[in-house]
Design a protein around this ligand. Structure first.
Ligand SMILES: NC(=O)c1ccc[n+]([C@@H]2O[C@H](COP(=O)([O-])OP(=O)(O)OC[C@H]3O[C@@H](n4cnc5c(N)ncnc54)[C@H](OP(=O)(O)O)[C@@H]3O)[C@@H](O)[C@H]2O)c1
Length: 252
């Protein structure tokens, strides 16, 4: 049963990886999409691909940085969504706390936590007004277990998990559902961004095992969104079969 046909969704970080795959999956379910990210060419490319393949949906793009509080509140003012996918996020650097770069820390905290909060605040009241909505926050296995050199990224994703729990509590008595989907290793631009554009170092992360594909997470997001109104899936930890926690990955 498709419960998503004709719904409206805002996806942050839709230009790449999990966000892009989710846009395609939801378009296939007949969801009207608003795609938000900073890279305009990638958003336009995706929009063209989606409207060519699915003539029955509306696709809008918003070029914005989720860290830009003023712009986020202005571009989302008056907009009304049934679904919010808070996916925009990144790891920047992999260092001990004593050698970490403060700019990297600010990027992660400002994007993964503050950006998620700005976008949520900008759209949540219209969900409350109509007493309907579904918010998916993309957390991480890094929000369940700290790993060496992960420090600030771990803290940001522990924060996302705490916020998802808090949102669920705050929204009790409404029909708005909140789920934190927390992936292990997914092959996207994530490691390329973490290692500041070092593609060799990034591709080494995924050697010797089969990582998740962004489409795997998109399928799970679609399943969660399509659950019946009385079912609220609050948290899912999803790893490749070769990975059982942040430390334990079987590589051959
Ligand atoms: N890949 C993994 O192994 C993994 C594991 C666990 C959790 N995650 C989480 O999954 C989410 C998606 O990451 P991904 O793996 O799909 O990586 P990705 O391919 O690098 O995609 C990240 C997306 O976020 C957007 N983004 C980053 N900073 C932004 C900002 N300031 N404003 C607006 N958009 C921004 C990027 O778009 P622009 O650059 O165009 O703005 C891009 O579309 C992140 O929250 C990440 O932490 C990933």
């Amino acid at each position: 049963m498709n419960r998503l046909l004709g719904k409206t969704a805002l996806i942050t970080g839709a230009s790449s990886g999990i966000g892009r795959a989710t846009a395609k999956a939801l378009a296939g379910m007949g969801v009207n999409l608003t795609l938000l990210a900073r890279r305009v060419e990638l958003l336009e490319q995706l929009k063209n691909e989606l409207i060519t393949t699915y003539s029955d949906i509306v696709v809008e793009i918003i070029v914005a940085d989720v860290r830009d509080k003023k712009r986020i509140f202005s571009v989302l003012d008056g907009k009304n969504f049934d679904i919010l996918i808070n996916n925009a996020g990144l790891a920047s650097g992999l260092d001990k706390i004593q050698s970490g770069d403060v700019d990297d820390w600010e990027k992660m905290i400002d994007t993964n936590i503050k950006g998620l909060l700005y976008v949520t605040k900008a759209v949540i009241n219209s969900m409350i007004d109509k007493n309907y909505g579904h918010i998916i926050n993309i957390g991480s296995i890094a929000g369940h277990q700290v790993y060496p050199l992960g420090n600030v990224y771990n803290a940001s994703k522990y924060g996302v998990r705490a916020l998802s729990e808090a949102m669920n509590i705050d929204l009790v008595g409404t029909n708005i559902k909140v789920c934190s989907i927390d992936p292990g290793s997914v092959e996207t631009e994530f490691s390329f961004v973490r290692f500041h554009g070092d593609s060799q170092r990034a591709s080494n992360v995924y050697q010797g095992f089969t990582p998740l594909k962004p489409e795997d997470i998109a399928d799970i997001i679609t399943f969660v969104l399509n659950s019946p109104p009385h079912v609220n899936i609050q948290n899912l930890l999803v790893t490749p079969t070769a990975q059982r926690n942040v430390y334990v990955i079987y590589k051959d």
